[in-house]
Design a protein around this ligand. Structure first.
Ligand code: SF4
Ligand code: SF4
Length: 207
């Protein structure tokens, strides 16, 4: 039997927000939900209907990424030109690749993964002229606990799979995992830079 979530007016919205921690809990582990009310709550209800912890985290994460991508679609706030972002051009630096330049994952000038913290990050140069999204404005993230939202906010420079595993690991295991990964990635980047420098010093072959 389905449990009907009535979210039809502001009073019921407040009630739903207060009870959400219960709906997320083990008490509703085997009870499917059905929405009776505002359509914008459907993605939240869909996530609550995914009952396994890891699967739900994954679904919430994907829905949130989709929400952010749709919001910024066609906005082009970083305005990359010849590899340099708006901030790099404004500050007359010779660096390229914007705030991804230090990331181990950056490949061919693109991000091959989906990192929500990175997707939400915008520097002051962008923020002073544009409205940017905050985590509180992504409804589906309410399906995560405050601790998971905190981890999500801080997990830059990581792949989607790593972020999902961090969220699953919880408050005590996630921080050491994140720090360890950043240290490993720092040394990998250093090695990569040295290899590139050595390559550029080699004499060019003219066949
Ligand atoms: S957020 Fe700012 S620093 Fe980062 S890529 Fe965009 S313009 Fe550049
Ligand atoms: S994980 Fe983040 S920092 Fe790394 S390439 Fe992707 S968006 Fe850039």
């Amino acid at each position: 039997m389905k449990y009907v979530l009535k979210i039809r007016n502001p009073k019921e919205e407040r009630q739903f927000a207060h009870r959400l921690f219960l709906y997320r809990s083990v008490l509703f582990r085997w009870i499917p939900f059905q929405l009776d009310g505002k359509k914008e709550y459907q993605p939240i209800v869909d996530c609550l209907n995914v009952k396994g912890r890891k699967k739900r985290i994954q679904k919430v994460y994907e829905e949130a990424c989709h929400f952010v991508d749709s919001y910024y679609k066609d906005k082009n706030l970083c305005d990359f030109q010849n590899g340099q972002c708006l901030s790099q051009r404004v500050h007359h630096t010779n660096k390229i690749d914007g705030c991804c330049r230090g990331c181990f994952y950056r490949t061919g000038g693109k991000c091959p993964t989906a990192n929500l913290a990175c997707k939400l990050f915008y520097c002051a140069t962008v923020r002073e002229k544009n409205k940017t999204l905050t985590m509180d404005e992504i409804p589906v993230l309410r399906c995560l606990s405050p601790c998971q939202r905190f981890i999500l906010k801080s997990d830059y420079f990581s792949s989607k799979g790593e972020v999902i595993r961090d969220l699953y690991s919880g408050f005590f295991l996630a921080p050491p995992r994140i720090v360890y990964r950043q240290v490993v990635s720092f040394f990998k980047r250093k090695r990569q830079r040295k290899r590139q420098e050595r390559k550029s010093l080699l004499p060019q072959r003219n066949d």
